[in-house]
Design a protein around this ligand. Structure first.
Ligand code: HEC
Length: 162
């Protein structure tokens, strides 16, 4: 092929070149575009999976605060009492009501059902909510943010949020 013809081909592939090769060229371009589109879709993390990763991280940090502040004495497993009573489904449970745990008389006679407000207040300052309780040694959870995390964690155990 002559030089001029070749340059024309480079600029306008369908002219000055056998027709069937031009058609194939188009097919290639389309195939390449389809492939790169697929690669893009596969490699870019979808909004959904991003969301799930963020949720996992949050849940992990909520559990972490619970582990640090409460797990020495409490589990969240039904029937599994340690130094403190288990906190399985604690929100909505009557205070001091587990039959197989030896509560202080203060907690046994508290006479209310744990809701979020009571529980958050209690873990900030146990004696203000149940004076004379036996949750000791416990110095309170001063950070509002940490208390929120414990609440969300305990709620997730209560409601089964994933
Ligand atoms: C040093 C051990 C200890 C730590 C730490 C501790 N607790 Fe307790 N907790 C207890 C004990 C002991 C009781 C029983 C108190 C009583 O009978 O007066 C109790 C009772 C409770 C109750 C009442 C349960 C019921 O059945 O009514 C709740 C709710 C509770 N704790 C939540 C927490 C949370 C949430 C944390 C962490 C932020 C925490 N506790 C940290 C020892 C602990």
């Amino acid at each position: 092929m002559r030089r001029r013809q070749f340059i024309t081909f480079l600029v306008r592939p369908n002219s000055g070149w056998p027709q069937d090769l031009g058609v194939r060229h188009n097919k290639w371009v389309r195939l390449l575009m389809a492939l790169s589109g697929m690669t893009y879709m596969l490699s870019s993390p979808s909004a959904l999976s991003q969301e799930l990763v963020t949720q996992d991280l949050e849940a992990a940090s909520e559990q972490q605060v619970f582990n640090n502040a409460c797990r020495t004495c409490h589990t969240i497993k039904e029937g599994d009492n340690r130094l403190g009573p288990n906190l399985y489904k604690i929100i909505g449970r009557k205070a001091g009501s587990l039959p197989d745990y030896n509560y202080s008389s203060a907690m046994k006679g508290a006479g209310f059902v744990w809701d979020e407000e009571k529980l958050e207040h209690f873990i900030a300052n146990p004696d203000e909510v149940v004076p004379g309780n036996n949750m000791k040694p416990y110095s309170g959870l001063a950070s509002t943010d940490d208390r929120k995390k414990v609440m969300v964690f305990l709620l997730s155990v209560t409601t089964g949020r994933p």
